[in-house]
Design a protein around this ligand. Structure first.
Ligand SMILES: Cc1cc2nc3c(=O)[nH]c(=O)nc-3n(C[C@H](O)[C@H](O)[C@H](O)COP(=O)(O)OP(=O)(O)OC[C@H]3O[C@@H](n4cnc5c(N)ncnc54)[C@H](O)[C@@H]3O)c2cc1C
Length: 264
């Protein structure tokens, strides 16, 4: 690990102002600290967000669940309000990594990190969420721009993520057995915005499957999902699975997501 300065401000103005040209925010450290230890990442300064209590917490109203950026995966998984409003989102958080990762890792860190196999990006895209920052709001549809890349500008701080509450939701993950990241993860929702199917783990970036969405709009059944063959264009292939295997898994996992969503 390279040397760095460390700050732990208590308010947003100090956090954003203290970052400097080469600083980075530190949330749960579950991705950033490991990358720094391996010298895959370096920064002159880390600005720790853990003292900023206004970035933590879950608010639910009739139409929306809003989760503060520093809310941990464990807190989302345990929230009775999230379980009731968007059960697929609580299940997703409960399945991230192990208990230690869930106790430390945050939604803001996961979303900013934009790991191609991370779970939360599928929920954001699969629910049509909105990312709130210290400067603006960004629709999930335009937030994830590439491999570990987002629409965030230099120094932009995620403050919260808000999710519209759908009628149905489910997250089904086919895990990489060692890391528990997704080989293929499907977030499915059906609500006022229609049917959305978002996939993580299968390409360099989270994506929607529009042919699957059209089939499920016509008939929200597992049989309709089964009839959709996903093309292998751009699908990852590695020692864990070929592009054809992952594409087939998208169809299988979506069928399971429909069954799970309808069973609630
Ligand atoms: C063993 C292990 C297993 C895991 N398994 C899974 C899994 O199954 N599914 C999954 O989705 N994830 C998994 N993860 C990753 C985990 O979810 C992390 O919590 C997440 O990737 C990063 O969150 P963090 O709060 O630790 O962020 P950090 O590591 O602190 O930060 C990550 C990045 O986000 C930036 N950042 C943090 N907060 C903000 C903010 N508010 N605004 C702007 N930028 C910010 C940081 O500067 C940094 O670049 C796993 C991690 C480990 C170690």
């Amino acid at each position: 690990m390279y040397a760095f300065d460390y700050q732990r401000p208590e308010n947003r103005t100090a956090a954003v102002g203290g970052l400097g040209a080469d600083g980075r925010y530190l949330a749960g450290g579950q991705s950033l600290i490991q990358a720094m230890k391996l010298r895959l990442s370096s920064s002159e300064r880390l600005v720790d967000l853990s003292a900023m209590t206004d970035l933590k917490g879950i608010k639910v109203d009739a139409a929306t669940v809003t989760i503060g950026a520093m809310t941990t995966h464990a807190e989302v998984a345990a929230s009775a309000e999230v379980k009731k409003a968007i059960p697929g989102l609580a299940e997703l958080a409960a399945g991230i990594g192990d208990q230690m990762v869930r106790n430390m890792g945050t939604i803001g860190g996961s979303v900013a990190n934009a790991d191609p196999a991370a779970c939360y990006p599928a929920a954001l895209l699969g629910l049509g969420a909105t990312v709130h920052t210290d400067r603006r709001t960004i629709a999930a549809d335009v937030f994830f721009t590439g491999l570990y890349e987002t629409a965030l500008q230099a120094g932009e701080l995620i403050t919260a993520v808000s999710f519209p509450i759908p009628k149905y939701s489910a997250y089904i993950k086919y895990k990489q057995a060692a890391s528990r990241f997704a080989l293929v993860g499907i977030f499915l929702s059906h609500g006022a915005g229609g049917v959305r199917v978002a996939v993580t783990g299968a390409k360099s970036n989270v994506f929607r499957v529009t042919a699957m969405e059209a089939a499920l709009t016509a008939s929200f059944t597992a049989a309709a999902a089964k009839a959709v063959a996903v093309p292998t264009d751009g699908i990852n292939g590695d020692m864990h699975g070929s592009p054809a295997y992952r594409a087939a898994m998208i169809t299988v996992m979506t069928q399971r997501a429909v069954t799970a969503a309808l069973a609630r």
